[in-house]
Design a protein around this ligand. Sequence first.
Ligand code: NAD
Length: 270
Amino acid sequence: MNISLDGKVSIITGGAAGIGLATAKLFAASGAKVVIADRNQEAAKAAVEQLDGPSAIAVHMDAGRAEDNQRMVQQARDAFGRVDILVANAGVFDGFTPLVDTTEELWDHVLRTNLKGYFLACKAALPELIKTKGNIVMTASTAGFFPQQGGLAYTVAKHGVVGLIRELAFEVASFGVRVNGVAPGGTITDLRNAIKLGQAYGDDRSLFDDPQVIEFIKATTPLQKAGRPEEVAGAIAFLASEAASHITGQILLVDGGYSVRGFQPPEQQE
Ligand SMILES: NC(=O)c1ccc[n+]([C@@H]2O[C@H](COP(=O)([O-])OP(=O)(O)OC[C@H]3O[C@@H](n4cnc5c(N)ncnc54)[C@H](O)[C@@H]3O)[C@@H](O)[C@H]2O)c1
């Protein structure tokens, strides 16, 4: 994709893997400087080494901590002098856990990372984005629109992200700052469960380690395939670029047509 982000300074939370890493690679290839902010320090450092662009740094942070988000923005300023783009993206999954099995701990962990983390990143970056008339792109989800795309906590968090995008877009438009989102459908990444039922944090399986999950996505997606992180990154880069200069408060569904499927299962469509 020929999108220019030449000279733009970007921060990508959760940039060490999956959609965030694909976005970091595309941003760097499009001329941006990239700050990869992630709780996985080793992966963030490895990601920086993979980038083709002029410059990138890794910031070790926990998206749910206000002081980490402030330090992330400060490190971006120290390294590159400004911030033009924030991609709020760091997230965990809830393992499709229904209400009856959702512990307070699981609820807090998912909401803290997937919603509070986005709020904290926006709050930390906004003063810099006002200076540059920059923009924010958040990774929402089809779970922000439809049930059964996650369990209870994940779906609630992603509905919250939709509200955050729309409210904040209105709030900051007069500063010339745009706020948009992408809503991926099932996309093959390293997305981790926040917590295994009955266990402490740190389930290190990816949602997509189970081949049945990928088969299910293919069966329920009109384009009959799961998404690739690069396909979501293209939408993020478009929204972050000047090509989208009159677009704010919008959420682009990158879902292989999931949102326009009707009652008929795709395998019965000719
Ligand atoms: N994969 C999908 O099917 C899908 C669909 C819709 C939305 N999303 C969303 O896309 C975003 C990216 O997820 P992904 O699928 O690329 O998963 P991923 O696991 O491949 O990448 C997520 C990154 O976030 C980081 N992270 C997690 N918790 C963090 C924290 N507290 N602080 C800092 N970094 C943290 C992880 O270390 C990882 O590098 C998430 O918000 C997710 O909800 C994913």
